[in-house]
Design a protein around this ligand. Structure first.
Ligand SMILES: [Zn+2]
Length: 360
């Protein structure tokens, strides 16, 4: 006789990924920290900076890039800075669309309406806006798009009913950062399903250095190691609870109104990079669409144990699941005869329906 149980996540590892917001056809000022997508994947682009900094340090990192397909406008042009449009955004989107480690999410047509409000706060017809935006992004990037986010996390309730009909499978609906320190760490949220079956992903953590001024005070610099360990402790809190480590940031740093974008790849590098490096090896780096595949698989999966057999029922397995089996056999013989050997004490495989026999 054996007993068997499923782990909560594949390989018993909490999923984690980086959300990079606000990719659009704009470049502000002369430095590359003002490149929001205008420069495409060129040498002087934020994409190049991201790759040489973050991807190089953590090659298995997974990212969601939230892009705007229209006249990207995240802030009014009030700073007298040079603002360039009409660049290589299409090329950038196609590259992101092709990468195995990246997924594209819809983040509005223009991001912000003429009245200065984020678009989910009020467009004439949400259903039409979502469907047109998603299709346009798919055409530009030449890839499938199944997720998105309201600019500024504002107005999810207004788009909620229109998401499924517009072809979305997941949506980043809320900013629910984990807070506190030491024994009083709390917050973060699970992935939940909307009433229409769209999976809702929260953003659970952000790396904020506060080093956004040209001249950073010495006290702020001294505080960095403390901030770093606090942030890692918060991330570990999520990892241990199995709550997805969805990390919030923005693509570029300099906005057209001359202010710094709070949470960005440039200014927060002293915290964000150690966070990602610290998580590497502990988490399941996964795209939202992959997490959806896993959760869909778990939803349709049922099993029972009969003697030395695990009998699995699963309509449409899309992702591997992990079983813990007691006592641990040498291998499981799958219905089609191949052997599943244990790794780190777990049997991980695509759960095709049928009998899996424990062989000792
Ligand atoms: Zn945004």
């Amino acid at each position: 006789m054996i007993s068997a149980e499923l782990t909560r996540w594949p390989w018993n590892r909490t999923p984690a990924f980086l959300m990079i917001d606000d990719i659009g056809d704009m470049r502000v000022g002369e430095g590359r920290e003002g490149d929001w997508g205008f420069s495409g994947p060129g040498l002087d682009s934020t994409w190049e900076f991201f790759n040489e900094t973050y991807r190089r340090a953590v090659p298995s990192l997974r990212i969601v890039a939230f892009a705007c397909v229209g006249r990207f406008l995240n802030a009014p042009e009030t700073a007298g800075l040079r603002v360039q449009r009409g660049g290589k955004i299409g090329e950038l989107l196609r590259i992101i669309g092709k990468e195995r480690y990246a997924e594209l999410g819809f983040h509005g047509m223009d991001h912000t309406a003429a009245n200065g409000r984020p678009e989910c706060a009020g467009v004439p017809d949400f259903g039409e806006w979502l469907a047109r935006g998603r299709t346009l992004l798919e055409e530009m990037a030449e890839t499938r798009v199944i997720g998105g986010k309201c600019p500024g996390y504002e107005g999810y309730e207004r788009v909620a009913e229109s998401l499924k009909p517009a072809g979305f499978r997941w949506w980043a609906d809320a900013w629910t950062p984990v807070r506190g320190r030491r024994r009083n760490i709390h917050g973060g949220r699970e992935i939940i399903a909307s009433s229409s079956g769209v999976r809702l992903f929260p953003a659970n953590i952000g790396a904020y250095t506060g080093l956004y001024k040209k001249r950073v005070s010495i006290t702020e610099k001294i505080a960095m190691p403390m901030k770093r360990s606090r942030l890692l402790a918060r991330a570990r809190f999520l990892v241990e609870k199995g709550i997805p480590v969805s990390i919030q940031t923005h693509y570029a740093a300099l906005r057209p109104d001359g202010t710094r974008q709070v949470y960005n790849l440039y200014d927060d590098r002293p915290l964000l990079l150690p966070l990602l490096v610290g998580l590497d090896g502990l988490v399941w780096w996964a795209l939202p669409r992959e997490i959806c595949d896993y959760l869909d698989t778990m939803d349709c999966l049922s099993f029972r144990v009969d003697g030395f057999k695990i009998i699995i029922d699963c309509d449409n397995p899309l992702w591997e699941v992990s079983f813990r089996v007691h006592p641990c056999p040498s291998f499981l013989r799958a219905p089609d005869g191949y052997r599943v050997y244990p790794k780190v004490g777990l049997f991980t495989f695509l759960p095709r329906p049928g009998e899996y026999e424990a062989v000792f």
